[in-house]
Structures are given as structure tokens and as C-alpha cells.
Unconditional design. Structure first.
Length: 375
């Protein structure tokens, strides 16, 4: 490590800019460099956050060549995640990357190899796994209030027809399913072994050729590895009218948690028989260093017009952003595996990729690799 605190470079300054002041205020980090292909935006963001002009890069390759950069945090379009993560690890950097890990099963496996062979840390920055709702349900589980978990269900329904880059148009629903499936696998304590998925409905004709995918909705059933559990996840992006919903439900022998049906409707706990109670999920800012606690409840700019669309549609991602940065920094400093390490990230990502492949094959059951055994 080149300094007492890891030196962080943020790659991509759309959604990535959300993390700049978090790293700047984190007591264990040095917000060191930024990278953005659009040089006007590069300097606009660099000036706004006081980044040294000599550490503003328009080329990722130049960031990787900088010996003083310890961590690269990648926030680029999804098609670039795989090769940029591999390049970062092979260049001797610790890599944090927004979801999904990659767009092919092969790239997921290669990232696992690169992390193992270089000894560098990799973490997929999955917001759901650090949201206040997930942290709340994890606490219920740890306290025994759910008892044995019997089934889990996730959904991520969203309208991406307005305000999103063109490469999203017609994107296959389950191909990027990390928000819908990750809480199911981690709460179950098991990764997916097999998946069967069906597609339903049809998107507009002009969208279909881009990814050769016709389905408006895809719904997958997963068998978990070395477990008696199964779980289900549903995803839609186009031609399906519904308020934004990024949710998970957990059914246990002692208690069950169900996500609110509509925003503001309130999450529900089933406590026995016909008894239910609406619950207020607390914030978990107290788990963080004091200087970054405020970022669980407000965006980094404090100006609505500057916040990334994903922040609005995802309801602020459940206050997860500072938790993500903190977990990865501590994993690097403590020389331990992050909560969402490379094999875990690969399993979560490949589950969705293979679910879509199953749908395209008419619901054929497919095996999900065990990425802990990638050679």
C-alpha cells in the first residue's frame, strides 16, 4: 500500500460521482484520482470536488499505470465491467465494481481467477446487500426471529424506457438480476446450483433485435447448492406497467418479512397465524464512521437536479452507498475477503445470465457453476 490509507480512483463519474465525497470524508481512505472519457465532465466534477488536476484521467489505462493508485472503483456501462475489472486486478489494483460483475459467465470466472492469482481484493458493489432493509432482515435472522428460512422471493420491476442510455433498450430482464437475487442467496447462506426460467409477454418490436430477446418479463426458480431451499425472482424492464419495485420477501418458520407492495405502504412482518404488523425499518448509519453517516439518508450533491437517475428510481438505494465504500475499504485494510467477494459476485451475476439463457431455451434447467472451484 502506497500510503497509510488506500488511495482510491473512481472510474466513471455519472453514478460514480455519488461516491466521491464518501471517500473524501472516510477516515480510512484518500480520494486520490478520477477517470472520465468526457474531459469537460472530468474537469467539471474534478473542480467541484477539488481533485488534483494531475490526477484527472481520461484513459483507464493511465489510471492503472499510476503506481500510487491502490483501489479502482469502476462505475462504467455494464459491458465494460468485466474487462476493466480483469485489467485492474492484473495491474495490481484492488477492484470495486458496480453491478453486474460482467456480462458473460466466462468473464465472471476470469475475474475470480485474476483475484485469486494476484491476491487483490474484488467486490461487486451490490447496493441491496447494504440497504437498510437487508441489514434489518439479516439482524432478524441473526437474532433467531425468523427461525429456519423456508423460501425466499425477489423482484426488480422498473421502467427503463425514459432517461436511460440507448444500450439499455430491449435489455433482457433477468440478464442483469443482481438486485433481485443477491439478497435471496446471502440470506439463505447458499449460492445457486440450478436455474429454470420462463419468459412472458413481448416487448416492442424495434427493441427485440438489439439483444434478440422478446420477453417483457422473466421469472426464475433457483435450487440452492448444498441446501434444501429454493427461491424465485422476477424481473421486468419494458412494456409492463408498475411502480418501481426492488424487493425481497423471506418466509421462515417463526416469522416472515414481506416488502411493501407500493412505495410508502409499509413493510410487513408475519408473526404467527393471521397476526401481522407493519414495521419501520431503522437506518443503520451507526455502523459507519461518523463522518460518512449522513450519506445513508441524502445524496452526495444535495442538489436534486444533479443526482443520478438510479438514485431516484432506486429510492436512494436504501442508504447503501457509504456502507459499500466502508466494507470494501475495511476488507483491503484488514486483508480479508469482502462480504461480496469474487466467487460470491460471480454466482450472483451468473445466476441472472443463465436464467435468461434458460428462458430463451424455453425453460430448460441449467447448472450454475461453483465459482469457488474455478481453476
Amino acid at each position: 500500500m502506497s500510503s497509510k490509507n488506500p488511495r482510491v480512483a473512481i472510474i466513471g463519474l455519472g453514478f460514480g460521482a455519488e461516491f466521491l465525497p464518501i471517500y473524501q470524508r472516510h477516515p480510512d481512505a484518500e480520494m486520490f484520482a478520477v477517470c472520465q472519457r468526457n474531459e469537460e465532465k472530468l474537469h467539471q466534477i474534478g473542480d467541484a470536488f477539488g481533485i488534483d488536476r494531475s490526477k484527472r484521467y481520461a484513459r483507464y489505462e493511465d489510471v492503472l499505470a499510476d503506481p500510487d493508485v491502490d483501489i479502482v472503483h469502476i462505475n462504467t456501462p455494464i459491458g465494460e465491467h468485466g474487462h476493466m475489472s480483469i485489467a485492474g486486478l492484473r495491474a495490481g489494483k484492488h477492484v470495486a465494481c458496480t453491478v453486474p460483475m460482467a456480462t458473460t459467465v466466462e468473464e465472471c470466472a476470469e475475474i475470480c481467477r485474476a483475484a485469486r492469482e494476484t491476491g487483490k481484493k474484488y467486490m461487486m458493489m451490490e447496493t441491496v446487500l447494504f440497504s437498510r432493509e437487508y441489514l434489518f432482515v439479516q439482524r432478524l435472522k441473526d437474532e433467531g426471529k425468523l427461525g429456519k428460512i423456508q423460501f425466499l422471493r425477489g423482484s426488480h420491476q422498473q421502467d427503463m424506457s425514459v432517461g436511460w442510455p440507448e444500450y439499455w433498450w430491449g435489455f433482457p430482464p433477468m440478464h442483469y438480476a443482481t438486485h433481485a437475487v443477491s439478497p435471496l442467496f446471502l440470506l439463505a447462506g447458499a449460492m445457486p446450483e440450478k436455474v429454470t426460467c420462463l419468459g412472458s409477454g413481448r416487448i416492442r418490436e424495434e427493441y427485440i433485435p438489439r439483444y434478440n430477446s422478446p420477453f417483457a418479463v422473466e421469472s426464475a426458480l433457483f435450487k440452492l447448492r448444498n441446501s434444501d431451499l429454493a427461491c424465485e425472482a422476477t424481473r421486468s424492464l419494458y412494456e409492463t406497467v408498475r411502480q418501481y419495485r426492488e424487493s425481497f420477501d423471506v418466509y421462515g418458520e417463526k416469522g416472515s418479512f414481506e416488502w411493501e407492495q407500493t412505495a410508502g405502504g409499509g413493510h410487513v412482518m408475519h408473526t404467527g397465524g393471521e397476526d401481522i404488523e407493519k414495521i419501520e425499518v431503522p437506518d443503520f448509519a451507526d455502523l459507519l464512521p461518523e463522518p460518512i453517516r449522513r450519506f445513508t439518508t441524502q445524496g452526495v450533491y444535495d442538489l436534486d437536479e444533479n443526482q443520478h437517475l438510479s438514485f431516484f428510481q432506486g429510492a436512494g438505494h436504501g442508504g447503501s452507498h457509504p456502507h459499500l465504500a466502508h466494507e470494501f475499504l475495511r476488507a483491503v485494510i484488514e486483508d480479508r475477503a469482502p462480504k461480496v467477494d469474487a466467487p460470491t459476485s460471480a454466482s450472483i451475476t451468473a445466476a441472472g445470465i443463465l436464467a435468461h439463457e434458460s428462458a430463451m431455451r424455453g425453460g430448460e434447467t441449467l447448472d450454475v457453476p461453483d465459482f469457488t472451484k474455478v481453476v
